[in-house]
Design a protein around this ligand. Structure first.
Ligand SMILES: Nc1ncnc2c1ncn2[C@@H]1O[C@H](COP(=O)(O)OP(=O)(O)OP(=O)(O)O)[C@@H](O)[C@H]1O
Length: 256
């Protein structure tokens, strides 16, 4: 007997306006538990604004966002994160003056503050856990380096370690492979897929690199001028004439 899939994230007709400009206009989408969904669309389509609405950084003018069945409209970004929805940003946000391991320890500490507050061995516990996370993303050997001196690709890995420190169930990644060269991009894509599988994560990610999108996503939502233009599997999206016209061009057209 197959179990019915549960809905991790249920976005209902959200709208966000800046002055007279409607950046997100009545967007609905849902993400099943364990699903990997890409959000794609031209620059200015409203992807980051939608991420900000989902993670509590912006309040929608209309609509609702349900996470694990409960509205999170009035919930702070910190509390949303504690409940298991963690995100990264388009521009890497590591602490450039700290070492790599200190960055991960800081994320662990912020997340575990309450439970480790009184533990005398908190620092060493967090250090062990931080090493485990660095192992997971493949940069253990760089633990003592200053984070700001890492290559951009390794900073992206570090960011993934930091977001994994938050013990997410749902990961929101805003352009996880932006700004890195082809080989590193492929490694990051493999890493993201591996993390999702090993940790049984649900994933919503924005990405302009279509190879990354088609390699990671089970489902794709296409946003255009703040509205959903199309939704479907990678095969359906790449064969959708409207999406090809507006966004994909011919390169990713007509995939079997
Ligand atoms: N705080 C703001 N005030 C005014 N306009 C904004 C604000 N934030 C976003 N916008 C506008 O809303 C539109 C959508 O922006 P958004 O950053 O969500 O697009 P995007 O799809 O993420 O683009 P990109 O792919 O370039 O990151 C853009 O026209 C942008 O200029």
């Amino acid at each position: 007997m197959t179990m019915p899939s549960t809905i991790m994230l249920d976005v209902r007709k959200v709208k966000k306006q800046f002055g007279g400009f409607v950046a997100v206009n009545g967007v609905s989408l849902s993400l099943a538990t364990g699903e990997r969904r890409a959000l794609i669309g031209p620059n200015g389509a409203g992807k980051t604004t939608l991420f900000n609405l989902l993670s509590g950084r912006l309040a929608p003018d209309e609509g609702d966002v349900l996470y694990k069945g409960t509205s999170i409209l009035k919930v702070s970004p910190n509390e949303i994160c504690k409940r298991g929805m963690a995100r990264t940003f388009q521009i890497t946000s590591v602490f450039v003056k700290l070492s790599v391991i200190q960055n991960v320890q800081t994320a662990l500490y912020a997340h575990r503050r309450r439970s480790h507050w009184l533990l005398r061995n908190a620092a060493s516990v967090l250090r062990d856990e931080a090493y485990t996370l660095l192992d997971m993303v493949g940069i253990r050997a760089l633990a003592e380096r200053q984070a700001g001196l890492l290559s951009y690709g390794d900073q992206k890995r570090l960011e993934l370690a930091m977001v994994m420190a938050l013990e997410p169930q749902l990961l929101l990644l805003d352009e996880p492979t932006a700004g890195v060269e082809l080989n590193t991009r492929r490694e990051l894509v493999a890493l993201i897929k591996d993390l999702c599988t090993r940790k049984q994560l649900s994933l919503l990610f924005c990405e302009h690199d279509m190879d990354a999108v088609f390699s990671i996503a089970d489902q794709i939502t296409v946003l255009h001028q703040g509205q959903i233009l199309a939704e479907g599997t990678p095969g359906e999206i790449s064969n959708n004439p409207k999406v090809r016209d507006i966004y994909l061009g011919s390169e990713h057209g007509r995939v079997a």
